[in-house]
Design a protein around this ligand. Sequence first.
Ligand code: PMP
Length: 281
Amino acid sequence: MIYLNGKFMPIEEAFVPVLDRGFIFGDGVYEVIPVYSRQPFRLTAHLKRLQHSLDGIRLNNPFSNDVWKKILEQVIINNEGEDQYLYLHITRGVAKRDHAFPENVLPTIFIMSNPLLQPSQELLKSGASAITAVDNRWIRCDVKAISLLPNVLLRQLAVDVHAVETILFRNGFLTEGAASNIFIVKEEILLAPPKSNLMLPGITYDVVLELAEDNQIPYEIREITETEVSIADEILLTSSTKEIMPITLLGNKPVGDGKPGELFKRLHALYQEYKATRMRE
Ligand code: PMP
């Protein structure tokens, strides 16, 4: 069952008018929230990022955090599966086509749940492959906007060559993946690009840095060059649905020794432990 504008219904019965500004302009924002053992993971952080995205497109938040929590709880109850991911989508609503913001229009609010599948053991053992590309997106990548055409085109470049992700560089510096954040390991130090308007502030990115801090794993948050990525000892990809994944092939070059590295193994184990023990926040 999905949630659409205050009602629960089967997805086959959910329709949005063609004049919805999400359809016409891509005028909206979204969130993806993992649910483990039927409990949302890092919910407060996701709702905070949702507020940041809404502020970024000047759209009022239709609900308080308490109301969001109640609605999301209901979505979880109305769907089977211990592990789910919630996709939450808000657009500026339905109005006559005009770029200018419409007045007195209600936003369209859509939430669906899908099964959250763990990355396969094979992928975690062998690692995944990625390619690189120039980051040609807009300069408000900190807003989780539903207008994802550049991300779709960049990601497809990876799909075309059977890779899992496209790692992006702007002016020679690492930003993120088409749908993930990217870390590298250099001389046993975990390196993360600094948050800015050029990347999405990943919730998983924050968890990884907290785990590094709490477990005395040396890390630095700083600009990372394309050359540093190309000669990294390890490359790690993070996202709410993929958790932490090792990238072992970049283009057609192995990363490090071509196998998932020690820091990946450690962080992956810490992440699994963290998920099990600190579910809610
Ligand atoms: N960057 C982009 C462009 C993304 O789409 C995502 C999420 N899919 C991320 C980073 C990772 O963010 P999170 O850890 O919050 O899922």
